[in-house]
Every structure is written in structure tokens, then in C-alpha cells.
Write a protein that binds this ligand. Structure first.
Ligand code: NAP
Ligand code: MG
Length: 397
């Protein structure tokens, strides 16, 4: 069979642990036999980031902006324990935070829905896509542990006392955002809602955070009124702002089927809750969209360290590769769309369908096997590799 040609390369960002193992298998079993794959390769493994002083991460993010589409494997964000484990020179920052800061984009996370996996919230019938602002908040925060004294916040001539610790030990933190980044966040959300013809919700804690959070609310309202209100009305969709507490309560009572825009930290936390409720973190796809229209696809979960420890001991694992695989299909489809490569778009769609059909046919990894119920279908739990081979059989037939 002739392989599908590609013109522009994808930015390929390799990663760590179990997901690095899955990465290679996904490529070997499901992509390389069918696609004449062109990539610009960046090794974002922790060893390589440590060796090159983490320059590789920034270079990969720049490449995403230059080439337009990237696909990233999960990576370790080192903490003190990892510094010791890998003998690191430094506690390198989160690669995702670095990439998000450079691409200044918005992360959209949506669950892959399959028949047989009922959400833990039984009322949820349609996907809830979380739009997470990808800049600022605690990810670019500054923190201090202090032995006492007066903490002041100052910028130019402005300065105010934040807290008087007196002689008490304590901790403090400063976070920031920029109007420009909030504006591109708002625009990405409004555009994505229009593209997908989906209602958009946005929530912050503006009653308590009267400047920080309130600015987000005001910028969204202004851009909506001036640039999107008519387009939303024409598309028959709604923009809805509410306090985050109220939003959480409404989300639980809803049927799903909307985009929920959230600030960086709120989106990080809520996306894990929504992913778990829709079945498994391993079924959550994630795409970072920059205001210039560059895309970075990845799985929402981490490197699945616990499974990797088993793999290292030579034991068989049953790690779900759906999110990693959908990162690849998302990237291939977008590359195909941008290059006018209909064959590549079609391949990405067929590979996604083969994956869903495989699961709905009863073949899946253990994380799903325990919760799968579909009349007339017998569940067959598979190893990490056997699951990918089962998808390949579907794809061939
Ligand atoms: P994790 O890798 O997401 O795994 C947490 C647990 O969730 C796993 O132990 C497993 O549960 C389950 N799980 C996650 N993905 C799965 C999959 N594909 N198939 C089956 N089960 C899956 O989170 P973590 O253990 O907290 O973090 C591990 C490393 O990942 C850390 O070093 C962290 O820095 C990094 N991380 C990276 C990213 C990223 O690159 N985007 C995101 C988050 C975390 P069971 O053990 O119960 O089977
Ligand atoms: Mg998270």
C-alpha cells in the first residue's frame, strides 16, 4: 500500500516514562505503516532538558509557532524528588507552562465519548470542553517564604502594603496577567465557540478578586458586546458569565454540551474533575491554540509513572493510549487541513473511528474495562500494546 504523503512537517515533542513508551508504539503500529511521516523532532525527555539547559523546550514551542502544528508527549515536571532521582542540575520548570507562555494560547480539553462508558455524573449527555487560559496565574507566580516583616506590592510609582507579618513566619505569592493575553484568551474562546457552534460559559471569582478576576470578566464582556454578540445570535449560541461557585453548581446539574472557559489555575483543576467524571483522564484530549492560529496537541494526563515502574520491571501494563493517539490524529488532521491534504484528514478520521469502534466492540485497556457496560458486548481487557494492535486490525478491515 502506498503511504500517505505529507508536505509540511509536524513538530514532534517526545517525552517521558510510560507515555514515551506509548508514543513509540503508537507511531510504529498505527502511523508509520500508513503515513510517510514528516516531523521536526524535539526530545523533551527530562534527561535531555537537563543536558541542554531546557533550551529544547523553548525551541519546540517556537517551532510550533513557525510550522503551525505540533504534537507533544507527556513530560515530567520535576519536583525535589525528581531532582534527586535524575540527579538534575536544576528543578526545571514545567515544559507545558513554558510552551503555553511562548504560544500565549488557550487550552481546549474535551473528552472522547464512547458508548458503554457512562459519565459519573449521569446527567451529562454531551462533552463539556474546558477552555483553560494558558498564561499567568500561579504558573508564572513569584513566591516567598518569609520570617516576618511588611510585604509590599509595587510597580512603578504604585505601591501598597499587602500584609504585615510582624514577627510571624509566613508565605506570600504574587501572580500577574496581561490585558493582551486575556484579550487573546477571550477571542480564542469566542472563535472556538463559533467554530464548533457551542455555547460558551465563563466564570471567575470577581466578587472577591475585584481587580484581578474582575478584569477578566470586563474584557470578556467588552469583546463579546463589540465583536461577537451578533455572530453568536446568528449562530444560535449563547455567551454566559457567572460566578465560579454558581458555575460549578450549574455544571453538575447540566446535560453538558458547552465550552466552559476558565482562568489558568481553575482550568487546570476543573479539567481533571471533568475528565474523571467522563470516564478516565486517559480519554481527555487537549489542544493549545495560539491567537496566531498555531496548534499544539497532547494528552491531558501525565507520564503514568506507576505503570512505567511495572514496565521497567518487565511486567505487562494496560495503559490507555487513547489521549496520546488522539493528540496524533488531531495534529495530523489539522496539518492536513492547513496543507489541503484530504488524504491525511481522512486517515486521521478513520484512525479515530477505528479506536472508538475497538472500544465499543469490547477491546480496551483495564482503566476502561472496569466501568464499561454495553448490552451484548463482552469486555476483553488488553495490554497497552495489544490494544494498539486491536485498533490496527480495525483500521485494516
Ligand atoms: P498521571 O501520569 O496522569 O497518572 C495518574 C494516575 O492516573 C495513574 O497512576 C493512573 O492510575 C491514571 N492514569 C493516567 N493516565 C492514564 C492512562 N493513559 N492509562 C491508564 N491510567 C492512567 O499523573 P501523575 O502520576 O500525578 O504524574 C506523573 C508525572 O506526569 C509527573 O512527573 C508529572 O509531572 C507529569 N505530568 C505531566 C503532564 C503533561 O506533560 N501534560 C500532566 C500531568 C502530569 P492508576 O495508577 O490507578 O492506574
Ligand atoms: Mg491538572
Amino acid at each position: 500500500m502506498k503511504k500517505i504523503p505529507m508536505t509540511t512537517p509536524l513538530v514532534e515533542m517526545d517525552g517521558d516514562e510510560m507515555t514515551r513508551v506509548l508514543w513509540k508504539w503508537v507511531k510504529d503500529i498505527l502511523i508509520l505503516p500508513y503515513v510517510d511521516l514528516k516531523t521536526e523532532y524535539y526530545d523533551l525527555s527530562l534527561e535531555n532538558r537537563d543536558a541542554d539547559g531546557d533550551k529544547v523546550t523553548a525551541a519546540a514551542a517556537e517551532a510550533c509557532l513557525r510550522l503551525g502544528v505540533g504534537v507533544k508527549c507527556a513530560t515530567i515536571t520535576p519536583n525535589a524528588q525528581r531532582v534527586e532521582e535524575f540527579g538534575l542540575r536544576k528543578m526545571w520548570p514545567s515544559p507545558n507552562a513554558t510552551i503555553r507562555a511562548i504560544m500565549d494560547g488557550t487550552v481546549f480539553r474535551a473528552p472522547v465519548i464512547v458508548r458503554g462508558i457512562t459519565p459519573l455524573v449521569p446527567g451529562w449527555k454531551a462533552p463539556i470542553t474546558i477552555a483553560r487560559h494558558a498564561y499567568g496565574d500561579v504558573y508564572k507566580g513569584v513566591e516567598l517564604a518569609v520570617d516576618g516583616g511588611k510585604a509590599t506590592l509595587s510597580c512603578g510609582d504604585e505601591s501598597r502594603i499587602v500584609f504585615n507579618f510582624g514577627d510571624k513566619k509566613g508565605i506570600l505569592q504574587a501572580i500577574h496577567n496581561t490585558d493582551a493575553s486575556i484579550r487573546s484568551f477571550a477571542k480564542s474562546c469566542f472563535n472556538y465557540a463559533l467554530d464548533t457552534k457551542t455555547d460558551l460559559w465563563f466564570s471567575t471569582k470577581d466578587t472577591i478578586s475585584k481587580i484581578y478576576d474582575h478584569t477578566f470578566k470586563d474584557i470578556f464582556a467588552e469583546i463579546y458586546e463589540n465583536e461577537y454578540k451578533e455572530k453568536f445570535e446568528a449562530a444560535g449560541i449563547e455567551y454566559f458569565y457567572t460566578l465560579i461557585d454558581d458555575a460549578v453548581a450549574r455544571v453538575m446539574r447540566s446535560e453538558g454540551g458547552f465550552i466552559w472557559a476558565l482562568k489558568n489555575y481553575d482550568g487546570d483543576v476543573m479539567s481533571d474533575m471533568v475528565a474523571t467524571a467522563f470516564g478516565s483522564l486517559a480519554m481527555m484530549t487537549s489542544v493549545l491554540v495560539s491567537p496566531s492560529g498555531a496548534y499544539e496537541f497532547e494528552a491531558a494526563h501525565g507520564t503514568v509513572t506507576r505503570h512505567f515502574r511495572k514496565h521497567q520491571k518487565g511486567e505487562e501494563t494496560s495503559t490507555n493510549s487513547v489521549a496520546t493517539l488522539f493528540a496524533w490524529t488531531g495534529a495530523l488532521r489539522k496539518r492536513g487541513e492547513l496543507d489541503g491534504n484530504a488524504e491525511l484528514v481522512d486517515f486521521a478520521n478513520r484512525l479515530e473511528k477505528a479506536t472508538i469502534d475497538t472500544i465499543e466492540g469490547g477491546e480496551m485497556t483495564k482503566d476502561l474495562a472496569g466501568m464499561f457496560r454495553l448490552d451484548g458486548v463482552t469486555v476483553k481487557p488488553l495490554s497497552s500494546r495489544a490494544f494498539l494492535e486491536a485498533i490496527a486490525r480495525r483500521l485494516e478491515s
